[in-house]
Design a binder for this molecule. Structure first.
Ligand SMILES: [Zn+2]
Length: 266
């Protein structure tokens, strides 16, 4: 029997060492490539998320431009942003616009049928809380708005104001025909049965406090908040609620902004 000499033993150690080294190297290379793969996968996912985000922002931008440019078209469209239509002094609504379908909420108080369910739910939930309120004004067509405006202006003229001054005074409390949100069918004036005056104190009633706190849950916003007159062009109206959809209502409320700021991005 041949006894392995020192040289043979060294060779064996060398070969085993090399094989083990190669195996370890392969494992390390494999692990490294997996790490690289995961890193690349992560960066693809991040890129994808970024692109999706940019795409969403662009879409939001497009719908906002649409909301401002042509309220009547937006209101009539199947677009999910129909509820964002902006109507104010600078963005009048086509005077021939009529909601496609109206639903009567209370006697002679109708709204665009698309908001009837959330509005009714809000009123029912408020009643459940023991609060007493009613819809004093809802959808108001252009002609009706013109009548209200002219009658109010006439009151000022009768008090001795010049027609121009009367027009300016009227504008503070009644929207100029064609610029009223009531023509969209998405706005309602809700009044406390405990206090029926349309002034700042309406906002102090339990009914308005509850509505201001909860209306966003039903897709509504208090459209003309206190201290936002310079943005909305309308004084504080603690009774005028506007449907904008649940997502927008939540965001507008959280950010403490107005519909103008929301759609114009100011
Ligand atoms: Zn109103």
């Amino acid at each position: 029997m041949k006894r392995p000499n020192r040289m043979d033993r060294l060779k064996k150690v060398f070969i085993v060492g090399t094989v083990m080294g190669l195996a370890a190297g392969a494992v390390i290379t494999l692990a490294a490539s997996r790490i690289a793969f995961h890193a690349r996968e992560r960066s693809f996912t991040a890129e994808n998320e970024e692109l999706t985000k940019q795409n969403e922002e662009l879409q939001a931008e497009v719908s906002r431009v649409q909301a401002v440019e042509n309220s009547a078209e937006l209101l009539k469209s199947d677009s999910e942003n129909w509820a964002l239509a902006l109507v104010n002094e600078g963005h009048p609504l086509d005077t021939s616009y009529e909601p496609a379908e109206l639903t009567e909420i209370e006697s002679e108080r109708s709204v665009d049928s698309r908001i009837a369910e959330p509005l009714q739910k809000m009123l029912d939930d408020a009643a459940q809380e023991g609060l007493s309120m009613y819809v004093a004004s809802a959808y108001r067509p252009y002609d009706k708005q013109r009548e209200v405006f002219n009658a109010t202006m006439q009151d000022w003229i009768n008090q001795g104001y010049s027609p121009l001054n009367s027009y300016d005074e009227t504008k503070k409390s009644v929207a100029v025909p064609g610029t009223s949100e009531h023509a969209t069918g998405l706005a309602v004036d809700i009044i406390s049965s405990e206090y029926e005056e349309l002034d700042d104190r309406q906002g102090d009633t339990d009914e308005q406090k509850w509505l201001m706190e909860h209306c966003w849950e039903y897709g509504f916003i208090l459209r003309y908040p206190e201290d936002k007159g310079d943005v909305t062009g309308i004084i504080y109206e603690p009774w005028h609620y506007r449907y904008v959809g649940e997502t927008a209502a939540k965001e507008i409320t959280e950010q403490g902004i107005t519909l103008e700021e929301y759609v114009l991005g100011q």
